[in-house]
Design a protein around this ligand. Structure first.
Ligand code: NAP
Length: 284
């Protein structure tokens, strides 16, 4: 039997916590957090994500700001928008929807976001705080994976964890967060020889490679907890990086795609926006 680690109940728990704190703050002080999302161009998948983020922010009582630029806007124009948002006291969190179009320097834009408003956790100060296990804003999907495992009471300390992927958005921060929780962590990337052999050592296997169906039964230790982060739209529907048919009945627990990690990412964005607001306004 494989337990399905559905994201919705865990994400609802995070959202409900944020909503009650926002409600309380509105009643006591009349102010609420503001989240700004910057969208450059008209990528259809990005449009969907931005719409979901807007809806989620409004649903917990936050102010939501959308800043749209043409696909042919240069780096300077995007930096100008970020500068305005950095100065805007009603905006406490800034997220630039990735990927940015060719011709826009993504790193320059990300690093230009005020560290206090870096709700995607991708700026150098946020990532440095993560490496050193100091307080700070963490990348949403990575912290969402940890909260999902905690929600289902999956023990982390002393367990063998393997993370497939080392991006600064997902794989690397997830590996660091697992390490800070005293798991013993290995990371597999595109140059790793014999990845299936290493993956098979994992009690907890997190897969964020962006390669549909990469992970087969051969990669999974019987009864392991498998977290599939991948999202791919195919003719037969949305699939992950793990061949789901081979994980069900073999893994001990498995996150469905869709409906596993996905809901956690937006819930953690709201949580980060609350944390940013608290640092700037409540505690400031
Ligand atoms: P990414 O930036 O493309 O990074 C992919 C990582 O996987 C890289 O470190 C790469 O290694 C590694 N990799 C690629 N092919 C591999 C292979 N054959 N064997 C082992 N490692 C391999 O992708 P990402 O942004 O981390 O996203 C990963 C996946 O998660 C995507 O499908 C994305 O859509 C999904 N995602 C989902 C959510 C969600 O909310 N559910 C959020 C974010 C991302 P190198 O470093 O050597 O190139």
């Amino acid at each position: 039997m494989t337990t399905s680690l559905k994201g919705k109940p865990a994400a609802d728990c995070v959202r409900d916590g944020v909503k009650s704190r926002v409600d309380e703050r509105r009643q006591k002080a009349g102010s609420v957090p503001g989240l700004a999302v910057v969208l450059v161009g008209r990528d259809p998948a990005s449009e969907i994500y931005v719409a979901k983020k807007h809806k989620a922010a409004v649903a917990v009582g936050m102010h939501s700001f959308e800043c749209r630029l043409d696909a042919n806007s240069g780096t300077g124009a995007v930096l100008d928008v970020v500068s305005q948002l950095n100065r805007n006291p009603d905006v406490h969190g800034i997220l630039v929807q990735l990927p940015l179009p060719d011709g826009v320097d993504s790193d320059a834009v990300i690093q230009h976001i005020d560290a206090a408003k870096d709700v995607d956790g991708l700026g150098r100060l946020s990532q440095g705080a993560l490496v050193q296990n100091r307080p700070g804003l963490r990348p949403c999907t990575a912290v969402g994976i940890i909260d999902l495992l905690d929600y289902y009471e999956v023990p982390l300390e002393g367990r063998q964890a393997v993370v497939v992927g080392r991006s600064s958005l997902v794989g690397l921060p997830t590996a660091l967060l697992l390490m800070h929780r005293n798991a013993t962590v290995s990371v597999i990337h595109s140059k790793t020889p014999s990845p299936a052999r290493i993956a098979r050592t994992a009690d907890i296997l997190v897969v964020a490679a962006g390669r549909p169906g990469l992970v087969t039964r051969e990669w999974i230790k019987p009864n392991a907890v498998v977290v599939d982060v991948g999202i791919h739209r195919t003719d037969s529907g949305i699939v992950g990086d793990v061949l789901a048919d081979e994980a069900w009945g073999h893994a001990g627990a498995f996150t469905p795609v869709p409906g596993g990690v996905g809901p956690m990412t937006i819930a953690e964005l709201l949580h980060n926006t609350w944390m940013a607001f608290q640092t700037q306004v409540v505690a400031g």
